[in-house]
Design a binder for this molecule. Structure first.
Ligand code: HEM
Length: 177
């Protein structure tokens, strides 16, 4: 068991270096890239509301298959959300490996950060903190979008933001993301 654990963490199994950590890092980067590119598209589509409610409506209906079906099919949006959710979970699971899990590890990182005074090293703390918050905020948002896909659009989304007072949640999600 100990051997297995060490292998997972990148030391060795029976004296041989394990390739598993490098592969996991690769998948972490690939899923991260996918989510980053997805977020560009996401912010573009959501911000169509700033142009007009009709424009956002057209885009919403496009995702509901308006080009192929006479009636809106919000299940298509739910399916997309579930796919993104799966990638999100894999990315979070792999990112979790990097978080300090004991006080000793946390202290080692803090000392290193103080010594290095290097922007990327310092920023990593913010990355770990916001990443942790994303576990919860991102999951809540994705679940909401998956089950309420039919309520996405200029009216439903505005109602959620304003009348349902979801804007503080979205503000945190925006800052965290
Ligand atoms: C396919 C998956 C997703 C769909 C369909 C989706 C859809 C939406 C929609 C329709 C809104 C407008 C508010 C609402 O209707 O409640 C919104 C807002 C937002 N979403 Fe997503 N979302 C997805 C994934 C994500 C992910 C993975 C993140 C980041 C972890 C994210 C971050 C945000 C943020 C920060 C806002 C607020 C944007 C603003 O400033 O107005 N979304 N999303």
């Amino acid at each position: 068991m100990n051997d297995l654990l060490e292998g997972f963490l990148g030391t060795s199994i029976e004296g041989k270096k394990s390739r598993v950590p490098a592969k996991l890092d690769y998948i972490q980067s690939a899923t991260g890239l996918f989510l980053g590119l997805f977020m560009w598209g996401h912010m573009f589509f959501v911000s169509t509301i700033l142009i007009s409610k009709d424009f956002m409506n057209t885009i919403t209906k496009m995702f509901e298959g308006s080009m192929f079906f006479a009636e809106p099919q919000p299940w298509i949006v739910s399916a997309i959300v579930l796919f993104v959710f799966a990638v999100f979970i894999v990315h979070a699971m792999l990112g979790m490996r990097k978080l300090p899990i004991t006080f000793r590890q946390y202290q080692a990182y803090k000392t290193h950060m103080g010594m290095m005074k290097h922007d990327d090293t310092t920023m990593w703390f913010t990355q770990a903190f916001t990443g942790f918050a994303m576990f919860f905020l991102g999951s809540a948002h994705l679940l909401m979008m998956a089950v309420k896909a039919d309520e996405i659009g200029p009216y439903g989304s505005s109602e959620r933001m304003y009348a349902d007072v979801m804007w503080p949640f979205y503000l945190l999600l925006l800052l965290g993301g």
